[in-house]
Design a protein around this ligand. Structure first.
Ligand SMILES: O=C1O[C@H](COP(=O)(O)O)[C@@H](O)[C@H](O)[C@H]1O
Length: 267
């Protein structure tokens, strides 16, 4: 296992969500202290959304300059705007509607009733990522000579499915194999809804820090395989690796198959 990977178990789902929220607030404050603005990629799923609810409850959220937080999504269900399945709708309800974010910095993926096709939704998000990357590049003296296609992601949150999917990259499907583009469309997701939009693994792995959040006994096998370095096509979570840090933030049940030598207890 690469040295940038750290596994931290938490005593319960609630403690996991509250602690991840505290970590996220701290990270945003640190990055804003260094760079002025911070960029986070949100995830759907049980722990991902519970974490946002905890951020909304925390008094420490008031220390963050939410007007200077750029918000992206790792994946989205390609359904109508008002569908309760939309990850961005759940995130809005849990947090984004309660904090003073700059709407221009909240980048949602297109809903099925706002574009003509899944492919259009994919191209639209890829173009939005590329435009943000270019703006960042214009501001940065140390910018790479080659134009980046995605902006800098300070923290990228990922939920984890019992089948080890991350974002909407499912085992053995085209999405996890897709390279050379930033965003991919998924048409036959084994988990409903069938149509989805997802960042590719290359885009995910461009993040400075990736935090994989998972809770429950049904995730234990996926966590074990992901940490054992299984092939990423069969076990997508295994391929997630942040440039600086990769955190596996788990509850005890999800951590059941992690060798104790890999664990770092903080409680
Ligand atoms: O469908 C999805 O599922 C995963 C995991 O969700 P969970 O409820 O089992 O925690 C999530 O990460 C992803 O964003 C979402 O679209």
């Amino acid at each position: 296992m690469s040295s940038n990977v750290r596994v931290t178990p938490h005593p319960s789902f609630d403690v996991l969500a509250a602690t991840t929220a505290a970590r996220l607030i701290t990270r945003l404050l640190d990055v804003q202290g260094d760079r002025g603005e911070a960029t986070v990629v949100l995830t759907g799923g049980s722990v991902g959304i519970a974490t946002l609810r905890e951020v909304a409850k925390s008094p420490a959220r008031l220390a963050v300059d939410w007007g200077k937080v750029n918000i992206w999504f790792g994946d989205e269900r390609f359904v109508e705007t008002n569908s309760p399945d939309r990850n961005c709708g759940q995130a809005a309800q849990a947090l984004l509607d309660q904090i003073p974010v700059d709407p221009a910095r909240v980048h949602i993926m297109a809903a099925s009733d706002t574009v003509a096709s899944l492919d259009e939704a994919v191209q639209k998000y890829a173009a939005e990522l590329a435009a943000a990357a270019k703006t960042e590049w214009l501001k940065d003296d140390d910018a790479p000579e080659q134009e980046p296609v995605v902006p800098r992601f300070d923290v990228l949150l990922l939920g984890l499915g019992p089948d080890a999917h991350i974002a909407s990259l499912f085992p053995d499907m085209a999405g996890i194999r897709t390279k050379g583009v930033s965003v991919v469309g998924v048409t036959n997701s084994p988990k409903p809804p069938a149509s989805r939009v997802s960042l590719t693994l290359e885009t995910i792995n461009s993040a400075q820090e990736i935090w994989i959040v998972a809770a429950g006994a049904d995730k234990a096998a996926a966590v074990g395989l992901g940490l054992a370095g299984a092939n990423e096509v069969q076990v997508p979570a295994s391929g997630a690796r942040g440039l600086v840090k990769t955190l596996w933030l788990l509850d005890e049940a999800a951590a059941a198959k992690v060798p104790s030598a890999l664990m770092r207890r903080e409680n």
